[in-house]
Design a binder for this molecule. Structure first.
Ligand code: OXD
Ligand code: MN
Length: 589
């Protein structure tokens, strides 16, 4: 497979540690993948679904104690604690290696170790980075074959180069008390043990493409971000690209695959999906910011995905998909989840593998149940998805779930103010009682759980990047989640978010006016097109309300932000502290 000395030496070391019975290199061939699927079905790891209704689709169930990312057991182990910063769990690398090596010792006795060479981004792209994951789980292999470009061609591209990210995953006993997801950014190394859940074990995704990559991006002068990438095509056939960062479970996949409202569809508007979760961004030779999606598939949340919320995602999952922790319909061997439709299966097995009756009131699918689907099966996948140069970005959007504070949309005054807006990102639980405000969780740039180094340095890097992009994207903030006195969402969201994207692009072109407020530039209410929304109760007055800025709420928010900045400590860049002071002064005026 390879004569790369660094790869082979590391492999021998890891073999001596975990002591597998057998080692299998993943070559990416159809034959090998098919054989692994058959083996996983035979040993119970996978259940083959109805080949007519869901061709080439499988169901997997994780252990009941292993259903989500474990942030409290996720570590960034740099030699100096300050380099990981106050927002990450840290441990001295030597101490952590000692602890982990004890856990891994002999963990693959009697098992097979799979060697997965994979590339994040198209093999050979200037953005691409290579990783090798060692795992004892066929489920991981099959997921990685969807989520990344994996196989022999990656080893060929690596050649003799010792520069690759080393990943070791062992299922071990799925013991929560000894579950660790650990990053050693200075060693290009990731170690994951005692979990089988995607976000903890598909090491190319959060661990590499965000945590390790953000560390590398800081060193090398680019950005690795928790962002979707979409292309918006106008009736003239011109496509403009936008990146957007929202915290987990705030609708990134839905926005990335948006279907325009009929009014716009008729005119010829289209939205193309480049990515739904991660963007790697570099300054191009033309001085613009260019983005690729380093992934090759979607690891999306199933519950709530339906024909209204996201028909494109639903259609993407109709073949070649691995479902995890959803309901099995035993009548026709298909799958179901809450929010798919109003007709749960009559004979069914829940995510725990138990017989399940929808009338019990218990959920059948786990709320974090997932689909792992092939990006190229998406009906709206962008023609640029495999472009090794990426796509040029006109706008960056930040957003969160705010019941009251943030308006539907606003634009930052400039790059540094935009970085401030991103750093102030937060999401809050919706308040049931009128006027009550939910609990705010700060999640700057949606990167709180994914930044592989000190958050203060990360902010400084964003400020620095602003000086290196001659034609930088404009920065915006959106909030689809404002609620009325009864706690109902005011804005219809989903496809209608397109109306807001059009205002954003008009601002990028300089063709829309704006109102200057203490928080940034807001739309003139009449400039958000509401044609066709009358039946949803949306009038210009409602838009005016959605765009209102309550200084007292924002001053309260600024207090929370200052506490957060203080927690980050002395690596907070002065530029953002100045932004915060200026923000408060504008609000008090
Ligand atoms: C997430 C995810 O948790 O994408 O952000 O899975
Ligand atoms: Mn995500």
């Amino acid at each position: 497979m390879t004569t790369n000395k660094a790869v082979l030496t590391w492999l021998e070391e890891m073999k001596a540690l975990v002591k597998p019975d057998k080692v299998v290199w993943i070559d990416g061939s159809k034959e090998q993948t098919e054989a692994l699927r058959a083996e996983a079905c035979a040993n119970g790891e996978l259940i083959k679904l109805n080949p007519e209704k869901l061709p080439n689709c499988y169901l997997h169930r994780t252990a009941v104690n292993d259903v989500a990312r474990v942030e409290n057991r996720t570590f960034i182990c740099t030699s100096k604690k300050e380099d990981a910063g106050a927002t990450n769990n840290w441990c001295d690398p030597k101490e952590m290696y000692d602890k982990l090596y004890k856990l891994y010792d002999g963990s693959m006795v009697g098992r097979t170790m799979y060697v997965i060479p994979y590339s994040m981004s198209v093999v050979g792209s200037p953005f691409a980075k290579i990783g090798i994951e060692l795992t004892d789980s066929i489920y991981v292999v099959l997921n990685m074959l969807i989520m990344t470009r994996a196989g022999q061609n990656v080893l060929d591209a690596l050649g003799d180069n010792p520069d690759f990210v080393k990943g070791l995953h062992a299922r071990k006993d799925i013991d929560e008390e000894n579950r660790y997801i650990v990053h050693f950014p200075e060693d290009n190394t990731i170690m994951s043990v005692n979990s089988g859940y995607g976000g903890n074990v598909l090491l190319g995704k959060k661990c590499f493409a965000l945590r390790i990559a953000s560390y590398l991006a800081h060193k090398e002068g680019w950005l690795a971000e928790h962002m979707l990438i979409l292309g918006l095509e106008n009736p003239q056939g011109e496509i403009r690209y936008i990146c957007a960062a929202f915290p987990s479970a705030c609708g990134k996949t839905n926005l990335a695959m948006l279907i325009p409202p009929e009014l716009y569809r008729k005119q010829g508007y289209k939205v193309w999906c480049v990515g739904d979760d991660i963007a790697w961004l570099r300054v191009g030779p033309d001085g613009r910011l260019w983005a690729v999606n380093p992934e090759n598939g979607f690891f999306g949340v199933a519950p709530g995905t339906n024909l209204k919320s996201n028909p494109n995602a639903l259609r993407t999952t109709e073949r070649d998909t691995i479902f995890t922790n959803v309901v099995l319909n035993t009548d026709d061997n298909t799958v179901w989840w809450e929010g798919l439709n109003k007709t749960p299966p009559v004979h069914a097995v829940n995510w725990k593998g138990e017989p399940w009756d929808a009338s019990s009131g218990e959920k059948g699918a786990h709320p974090n149940s997932r689909f792992t689907a092939v990006a190229e099966n998406c009906p709206c996948i962008s023609s640029e998805f495999n472009n090794p140069q990426g796509v040029p970005i006109d706008a960056i959007i930040f957003g969160g779930r705010r019941a009251k504070t943030a308006p539907l949309v606003y634009q930052s005054f400039d790059w540094n103010h935009g970085v401030f807006v991103g750093s102030a990102m937060a999401s809050e639980t919706t308040a049931a009682a009128a006027g009550a405000v939910g609990v705010v969780r700060r999640d700057p740039m949606a990167m709180l759980p994914f930044c592989g180094y000190n958050m203060g340095d990360y902010f400084a890097h964003w400020i620095q990047m602003g000086t290196k992009i001659p034609h930088a994207p404009k920065i915006f903030n959106v909030n689809w989640f404002r609620t009325d006195a009864e706690g109902h969402f005011i804005w219809p969201g989903f496809g209608d978010n397109m109306r807001v994207l059009l205002w954003i692009l008009a601002r990028c072109d300089g063709t829309a006016d704006a109102v200057e407020t203490p928080i940034g530039y807001l739309p003139v209410p009449e400039d958000i097109n509401i044609e066709g929304l009358e039946s949803e109760g949306i009038t210009v007055d409602v838009i005016r309300d959605l765009l209102s800025v309550d200084s007292s709420l924002w001053l309260e928010d600024a207090k929370g932000l200052r506490e957060f900045y203080n927690k980050i400590g002395d690596r907070m860049p002065k530029e953002l502290l100045d932004q915060l002071d200026a923000f408060e002064a504008r609000l008090k005026k």
